[in-house]
Design a protein. Sequence first.
Length: 121
Amino acid sequence: MPTFNITIQSPKAYLTAISGITRLTPRETELLGEIIEFMHVKRLTVLDDDVKNHIIKIAGFDSNKHKSQGYYNLVHSLKKKKILKQSTNKLTLVPMIAPGAVLQITFQEVTKPILQEYTEA
């Protein structure tokens, strides 16, 4: 069974490649890519206030009256889609999304259709 390891350099490209699994909108993909890149550069394992402030600045949420509300709406949406998980006041990315994740594609063996097996018997 052939197996292919695909190395993708950018978090946004990785998120686009697995978009069928994550069901993220283009805006969520862009912002989550920024979160992953920022966490990788700063060597963070949890989303903290530095990540929040960076995303508020990048996304343009700081022009709103309630600037952190846009960030919290994003976090809520990502938790609902099971991209972020929260345990005892720590908000982390699921391992599939964490920096350094590798996309591996495996093709299944083609089997005979059930109808063809039945007619041959």
